[in-house]
Design a protein around this ligand. Structure first.
Ligand code: HEM
Length: 291
């Protein structure tokens, strides 16, 4: 018996150390995993990003305020814009050359802010965001069926200065553009110092799966942009309208998933278990020593 007690008093400290080491690993592992994971596609520098990352914010989204300070908490992505030369009526020189995009979501709604330089504020100035609908691949030219792309419906969120509202539209090829019956999109523009800031807001999920793009938290979806300079030329004709505009191709968009604390919960449980185990062990040991 004495020999047993002697053996145990040797082994036990090792077991306890072993348990704590395991626990240490259990605690650190999720933290390390968190640190290693690419933090929401946040780019090193905005210009290199090819993804718009929408962080989750607590409290209201700045849906009606394109100039709200909270927008600075969203990483900025920058995309080149080029004149629409693919399809008649083409334009060879569009005013807007690049576009900055920020986005935020609150777990229910998403707000996307477009910012771009336009020397003049005009009634026909306009901007739009385009998404694919469902899982069918679509070309950014209105989902027009093309050799390399099967063609699919696209959902377009459109804003024009003189209308001062968001319009929810669909297209599946040229000449098919239509305004939806149910309008889920809101939009607000603010012009100052040669810069337009236009914010579009919509629920992440709308339930209209046939017509609306659904924005799952944590998943990447495609996004494209179009901007029109509504300036009138000497003849009174609007410089950019309809097919004549600056466009982007498809880029990536992600509404960030809420932080995942599961790892910490497991670690806390493990700590609790280890403490319990150690307490029982030492108590029994003490009892054994007294006996
Ligand atoms: C190469 C790319 C594109 C081509 C060739 C193109 C072509 C056209 C054409 C031909 C029209 C006249 C209406 C029609 O036929 O449907 C049009 C209008 C329109 N397009 Fe595009 N488009 C392109 C990209 C985009 C993108 C990326 C968006 C949205 C982000 C967009 C949004 C719109 C909207 C909202 C209108 C109606 C504008 C108005 O009512 O004034 N387009 N486009």
């Amino acid at each position: 018996m004495k020999f047993m007690k002697h053996g145990l008093s040797r082994i036990v400290p090792n077991i306890v150390v072993g348990v704590w080491l395991t626990m240490g690993l259990l605690i650190v592992q999720p933290v390390l995993a968190e640190e290693k994971a690419p933090a929401s596609a946040e780019p090193e520098s905005a210009s290199e990003s090819n993804a718009v990352s929408a962080p989750l914010v607590k409290g209201g989204l700045p849906a009606d305020d394109p100039t709200a300070a909270v927008w600075n908490s969203a990483p900025q992505a920058k995309f080149p814009m080029s004149p629409q030369v693919h399809w008649p009526n083409r334009i060879l020189d569009a005013t807007v050359k690049d576009l900055s995009v920020r986005a935020l979501h609150d777990g229910t709604n998403v707000a996307i802010l477009l910012e771009y330089a336009d020397p003049t504020e005009d009634a026909d100035d306009a901007a739009a965001i385009e998404f694919m609908v469902g899982d069918k691949k679509a070309h950014f030219a209105h989902g027009q069926p093309m050799l390399q792309v099967e063609g699919g419906p696209v959902n377009i969120w459109f804003w024009r200065n003189k209308d001062a509202k968001g319009v929810d539209m669909n297209a599946m090829g040229f000449g098919t553009l239509k305004t939806q019956e149910h309008q889920d999109v809101k939009a607000k523009g603010a012009y100052s110092n040669g810069t337009w800031k236009v914010v579009f807001t919509r629920p992440l999920e709308t339930g209209h799966l046939e017509e609306d793009t659904q924005i799952p938290m944590g998943g990447f979806i495609n996004i494209a942009f179009a901007v029109w300079d509504g300036k009138k030329d000497v003849s009174g004709a609007v410089k950019e309208k309809g097919s004549q505009k600056a466009v982007s191709s498809w880029w990536n968009f992600r509404a960030e998933a809420p932080p995942n604390y599961t790892g910490y919960y497991y670690a806390a449980i493990a700590v609790g278990l280890a403490l319990g185990f150690q307490f029982v062990l030492i108590r029994n040991l003490k009892k054994g020593n007294r006996a």
